[in-house]
Design a protein. Structure first.
Length: 150
Protein backbone atom coordinates (compact mmCIF):
# COMPACT_ATOMS: atom_id res chain seq x y z
CA UNK A 1 0.00 0.00 0.00
CA UNK A 2 1.10 3.50 -0.81
CA UNK A 3 1.41 6.48 1.46
CA UNK A 4 -1.49 8.92 1.72
CA UNK A 5 -0.92 12.34 0.18
CA UNK A 6 -2.79 14.04 3.04
CA UNK A 7 -0.67 14.70 6.08
CA UNK A 8 -1.90 15.73 9.52
CA UNK A 9 -0.83 19.33 8.90
CA UNK A 10 -2.78 19.50 5.63
CA UNK A 11 -5.90 18.15 7.35
CA UNK A 12 -5.61 20.79 10.13
CA UNK A 13 -5.19 23.62 7.61
CA UNK A 14 -8.26 22.42 5.71
CA UNK A 15 -10.30 22.29 8.93
CA UNK A 16 -9.25 25.86 9.81
CA UNK A 17 -10.12 27.07 6.32
CA UNK A 18 -13.58 25.47 6.47
CA UNK A 19 -14.18 26.87 9.97
CA UNK A 20 -13.16 30.38 8.83
CA UNK A 21 -15.45 30.08 5.80
CA UNK A 22 -18.36 29.03 8.04
CA UNK A 23 -17.76 31.95 10.45
CA UNK A 24 -17.70 34.36 7.53
CA UNK A 25 -21.10 33.07 6.34
CA UNK A 26 -22.56 33.45 9.83
CA UNK A 27 -21.33 37.04 10.11
CA UNK A 28 -22.83 37.88 6.71
CA UNK A 29 -26.20 36.47 7.82
CA UNK A 30 -26.08 38.51 11.04
CA UNK A 31 -25.35 41.68 9.07
CA UNK A 32 -28.33 40.93 6.81
CA UNK A 33 -30.63 40.52 9.80
CA UNK A 34 -29.44 43.75 11.45
CA UNK A 35 -29.41 45.78 8.25
CA UNK A 36 -31.56 48.89 7.87
CA UNK A 37 -32.35 48.02 4.27
CA UNK A 38 -35.96 47.21 3.67
CA UNK A 39 -37.20 48.95 6.83
CA UNK A 40 -39.97 51.47 6.60
CA UNK A 41 -39.42 55.21 6.84
CA UNK A 42 -41.04 55.41 10.27
CA UNK A 43 -38.61 52.84 11.70
CA UNK A 44 -35.61 54.87 10.48
CA UNK A 45 -36.83 58.30 11.69
CA UNK A 46 -35.35 60.01 14.74
CA UNK A 47 -36.79 63.08 16.44
CA UNK A 48 -35.36 65.74 18.71
CA UNK A 49 -37.45 66.75 21.74
CA UNK A 50 -37.59 70.22 23.35
CA UNK A 51 -34.59 69.39 25.56
CA UNK A 52 -32.40 68.40 22.60
CA UNK A 53 -32.53 64.64 23.24
CA UNK A 54 -32.96 62.20 20.33
CA UNK A 55 -36.07 60.04 20.56
CA UNK A 56 -37.99 57.68 18.27
CA UNK A 57 -41.40 59.21 19.06
CA UNK A 58 -42.61 62.25 17.14
CA UNK A 59 -42.98 65.47 19.15
CA UNK A 60 -46.39 66.56 20.41
CA UNK A 61 -47.64 69.63 18.56
CA UNK A 62 -47.95 72.63 20.81
CA UNK A 63 -49.35 76.00 19.92
CA UNK A 64 -46.43 78.37 19.35
CA UNK A 65 -45.99 81.14 21.89
CA UNK A 66 -46.13 84.71 20.69
CA UNK A 67 -42.91 86.70 21.15
CA UNK A 68 -42.73 90.46 20.82
CA UNK A 69 -40.08 91.59 18.34
CA UNK A 70 -39.07 94.47 20.64
CA UNK A 71 -37.96 92.06 23.38
CA UNK A 72 -35.41 90.26 21.17
CA UNK A 73 -31.84 91.44 21.65
CA UNK A 74 -29.69 90.78 18.61
CA UNK A 75 -26.41 92.08 20.02
CA UNK A 76 -25.04 92.76 23.45
CA UNK A 77 -25.87 96.21 24.76
CA UNK A 78 -23.07 98.73 24.63
CA UNK A 79 -21.36 99.27 27.94
CA UNK A 80 -20.78 102.76 29.13
CA UNK A 81 -17.03 103.32 29.11
CA UNK A 82 -15.57 105.78 31.53
CA UNK A 83 -13.54 108.60 30.03
CA UNK A 84 -9.94 107.73 29.14
CA UNK A 85 -8.45 110.77 30.83
CA UNK A 86 -10.17 110.10 34.18
CA UNK A 87 -7.73 110.02 37.07
CA UNK A 88 -7.73 106.70 38.90
CA UNK A 89 -6.21 105.75 42.21
CA UNK A 90 -4.35 102.62 43.16
CA UNK A 91 -1.46 101.00 45.02
CA UNK A 92 1.84 99.94 43.47
CA UNK A 93 1.74 96.16 43.92
CA UNK A 94 5.02 95.36 42.15
CA UNK A 95 7.96 97.51 41.07
CA UNK A 96 11.27 96.34 39.60
CA UNK A 97 13.71 99.24 39.89
CA UNK A 98 16.49 97.52 37.92
CA UNK A 99 14.28 96.91 34.87
CA UNK A 100 12.16 100.05 35.27
CA UNK A 101 8.60 98.73 35.24
CA UNK A 102 5.86 97.74 37.65
CA UNK A 103 2.15 97.17 38.21
CA UNK A 104 -0.47 99.27 39.93
CA UNK A 105 -3.53 97.59 41.47
CA UNK A 106 -6.56 99.79 40.72
CA UNK A 107 -8.53 100.35 43.93
CA UNK A 108 -11.88 100.48 42.14
CA UNK A 109 -11.64 97.48 39.76
CA UNK A 110 -8.82 95.50 41.47
CA UNK A 111 -7.20 95.25 38.02
CA UNK A 112 -3.42 95.32 37.56
CA UNK A 113 -2.20 98.10 35.26
CA UNK A 114 1.32 98.13 33.81
CA UNK A 115 3.49 101.25 34.17
CA UNK A 116 6.99 102.18 33.05
CA UNK A 117 9.53 104.23 35.00
CA UNK A 118 9.35 106.97 32.31
CA UNK A 119 5.72 107.64 33.32
CA UNK A 120 6.58 108.23 37.00
CA UNK A 121 6.70 111.77 38.39
CA UNK A 122 8.56 110.75 41.59
CA UNK A 123 10.86 107.97 42.85
CA UNK A 124 8.36 105.17 43.52
CA UNK A 125 8.44 102.06 45.67
CA UNK A 126 6.03 99.19 46.38
CA UNK A 127 2.83 99.83 48.42
CA UNK A 128 2.77 103.56 47.52
CA UNK A 129 -0.71 105.03 46.98
CA UNK A 130 -0.78 106.72 43.58
CA UNK A 131 -3.03 108.54 41.14
CA UNK A 132 -2.71 107.71 37.47
CA UNK A 133 -4.36 107.94 34.08
CA UNK A 134 -4.87 104.98 31.75
CA UNK A 135 -3.68 104.88 28.14
CA UNK A 136 -4.01 102.14 25.53
CA UNK A 137 -0.55 100.92 24.58
CA UNK A 138 0.67 98.42 21.96
CA UNK A 139 0.40 95.49 24.42
CA UNK A 140 -2.68 96.60 26.36
CA UNK A 141 -3.52 99.32 28.84
CA UNK A 142 -0.76 101.09 30.74
CA UNK A 143 -0.65 103.80 33.38
CA UNK A 144 0.65 107.30 32.57
CA UNK A 145 1.18 110.42 34.70
CA UNK A 146 1.71 108.39 37.87
CA UNK A 147 1.84 110.70 40.91
CA UNK A 148 1.90 109.96 44.61
CA UNK A 149 -1.31 110.77 46.50
CA UNK A 150 -0.90 113.24 49.33
Amino acid sequence: MGKSNETFNKKEKEKKRLKKHQEKKEKAEQRKENSDKGKGLEEMMAYVDENGNITNTPPVYRKPTLIQAETIQIATPKQVAEPEDAVKSGIISFFNTSKGYGFIRDLKTQENVFFHINNLAYPAKENDKVNFAVEKGPKGISAVNVTKTP
